[in-house]
Design a binder for this molecule. Sequence first.
Ligand code: G3H
Ligand code: ZN
Length: 282
Amino acid sequence: PLKPTADLIAAARAGRHALAAFNVITLEHAEAITAAAETAQAPVILQISENAVKFHHGRLAPIARASAAVAETAGVDVALHLDHVEDPDLLRQAADHGFGSVMFDGSHLDYAANVRATREAADWAHAHGLWIEAELGKVGGKDGEPPLSAHAPGARTDPDEAREFVAATGVDALAVAVGSSHAMTDRSAVLDHELIARLGEAVGVPLVLHGSSGVPDGELARAVAGGLVKVNIGTALNIAFTGAVRAYLEQAPADAVDPRKYLVSARENMVKTAAHFISVLG
Ligand code: G3H
Ligand code: ZN
């Protein structure tokens, strides 16, 4: 069934494990993620990013309602989250279509502007009963940008600034820059575990890891043991999806035109990948 994000996060925190939050682009993503969660009997988050909404011609409702319908009929608890929102108009649609939470992403702004915009987003979210995550520091690799080097400004979230940011904005969770980067197609990221521990102590709210596709299993497990509560995974599912489609089309005859023939392999491959990440997160 569809559940509020806040409830799933609270249970994960109490159980000292992490919730996997997978990015949904197509209906097949939502079906695959939910199937993997059902097999593991683990709760899961389906998240739709602002970029995915842009892909769907700027319309949130079709993919959101499809994902909510998949969640409602699931055999495990599933929450719906709106991810990496920069557009205030999109933020305000998060109160519709079953969303339990939203991430407001002001990480491209300077500190003062990020605080102001996030505070406004948090006030709005809480007035509408939504759990809200924000980002401080820059997790690189968004929108095709290269990953940030470890020494680039903002590539590491500062614990003192994070404490002040959470207090000033009232957010329920914080996405932090601790060594991961978005859209990595190899799993070579090295996390700063000492920083994760310091951030956890400083902020008092759950920490969120972005760009988790590029983080090796052992690093993920260690970060969860160190207190990370929500782990966002997108690219790994797309690697599985595209790999399966490519393998099918490379050997298919020219008159093989039914998309279900390869979407079924794509979906099955995404189930395997999602199941793997769920098992690593405990
Ligand atoms: O918010 C989404 C995630 O941070 C996904 O990142 O595609 O690198 O796994 P990823
Ligand atoms: Zn992200």
